[in-house]
Design a protein around this ligand. Structure first.
Ligand code: CUA
Length: 425
């Protein structure tokens, strides 16, 4: 009885809150966002969404029936002011076998309704269907703290050396893609909400998933398993292209680094204004978001970022002088590179930097190079690796304390590095 006045007072507030919460559902606001699982763009994500809807409908119907009977019983049999408080207790029953058996049967039927499509889709989403195996494309995805490496075993740079990329997985649209999931360090999870997910990348375990993009598009991906300090900003992108465009892209990526300077009359990099990094400062421009695939295509064009030749040459020298090339490989342009750092051979053609966190604009790259720890706390470029590989700072990994500075990049140096890196198309 205590609950009723409370409900009456709060009913309006509760209803208002519910209506506000449901508004985006009605208007479709968050149903189409870049990481929405309701706006599927491939058969695997669609199969997963179908199972969600089956479960939602079955449990929704059960909820309506149970809540309806409860509301009916509560209202019909509640105590009234006119009731005699001294009336004898009505006869007590001990259950109705017919109702109980009926409810058990109904529950079993409801579970079967959920189980059949669920089991069917578990098998379907587990691996590439038999009739698509012959045409399926294969890639390896490897999780690192905190970025993704993508290997293309079918596209060899040299004997037994696959094409390697970072943070942007380019795939052929309309074709099944089998992704072998591995990790370099801790457990990560591979998730492209609109295409498929999620499957964990576990040390010493060969997991895989498959996905297919119905049409060319640009999709957001995200690590979906807590993996340390910068887990929340461990992101990636999937770009699906039609066969011709995909083949062209592969050919360009297999070629070595080529600094492009076709637009020397307009040295764009000398002119940008550096932005000071702040916590949670957005990393994306509205212009990019309007049509991400078009923005990606634009990024492939040499004209989009060619700059001042002198600045590019200076950046190239700095890349070696600052020991960036100890970890980052730039094929056919720099000596060195290590397998545990992103390959930067064609970084000028990527749309993202810092593990998919920032749009690859001159200002953002400048921001990343001058304040890596502010952009992505704890990252290995800044703190180095346990075992003696140093980053921007020297760290005593036993005590986890910073003991000194190692790499320092001034604004002018960053400008030259940006010009050089963006020229690598
Ligand atoms: Cu990797 Cu979370």
């Amino acid at each position: 009885m205590i609950a009723l006045p409370f409900l009456r007072i709060h009913a309006r507030r509760v209803l208002t809150a519910l209506a506000v919460a449901c508004l985006p559902l009605i208007t479709g606001g968050w149903l189409t966002g870049p990481q929405s699982t309701f706006d599927t763009k491939g058969p695997v994500a669609k199969a997963q969404l179908d199972v969600f809807y089956v479960t939602l409908w079955v449990t929704g119907i059960i909820f309506v029936i149970v809540a309806g009977v409860l509301a009916y019983a509560t209202l019909k049999f509640k105590a009234r002011d006119t009731d005699d408080p001294n009336a004898p207790v009505p006869p007590q029953g001990h259950g109705n076998p017919l109702v109980e058996l009926g409810l058990i049967a109904a529950s079993v039927i409801a579970l079967v309704f959920i189980a059949v499509p669920t089991l069917h889709n578990i098998w379907y989403t587990y691996d590439v269907p038999e009739d698509e195996k012959a045409t399926a494309y294969e890639v390896n995805a490897i999780g690192y703290q905190w970025w993704f490496k993508f290997e293309y075993p079918k596209e060899e740079i040299a004997a037994d050396t696959p094409l390697v990329l970072a943070n942007e997985l380019v795939i052929p649209a309309g074709r099944a893609v089998r992704i072998n999931l591995r990790t370099f360090d801790v457990i990560h999870s591979f998730w492209v909400p609109k295409l498929a997910g999620k499957v964990d990348m576990i040390p010493n375990r060969a997991n895989h998933l498959w996905l297919k993009a119905d049409e060319p598009g640009y999709f957001w991906g995200q690590c979906a398993e807590y993996c340390g300090e910068s887990h929340a900003v461990m992101r990636f992108r999937v770009i699906a292209l039609n066969e011709t465009e995909f083949a062209d892209w592969v050919a360009r990526q297999k070629a070595g680094a080529k600094a492009v300077t076709t637009n020397e009359a307009q040295p764009v990099f000398a002119s940008y204004q550096p932005i000071k990094n702040e916590r949670n400062l957005p990393g994306w421009s509205e212009e990019f978001d309007r049509d991400p695939l078009a923005s990606w295509r634009k990024q492939q064009q040499p004209e989009a970022s060619a700059g001042d030749q002198a600045l590019i040459d200076e950046g190239r020298k700095l890349f070696a002088a600052k020991n960036c090339n100890t970890c980052h490989a730039i094929r056919d342009d720099q000596q060195g590179g290590a397998p545990f750092a992103p390959d930067l051979t064609h970084i000028g053609s990527r749309t993202t930097i810092a593990g998919g966190l920032l749009e690859n604009s001159a200002q953002n790259l400048h921001r990343w190079l001058t304040d890596p720890n502010g952009v992505k706390p704890g990252n290995k470029m800044y703190r180095g690796f346990t075992g003696g590989m140093n980053g921007y700072v020297l760290v005593n990994h036993e005590t986890n304390t910073i003991t000194g500075e190692n790499i320092k990049i001034s604004d002018d140096e960053a400008r030259a590095l940006v010009a050089y890196l963006h020229s690598l198309k």
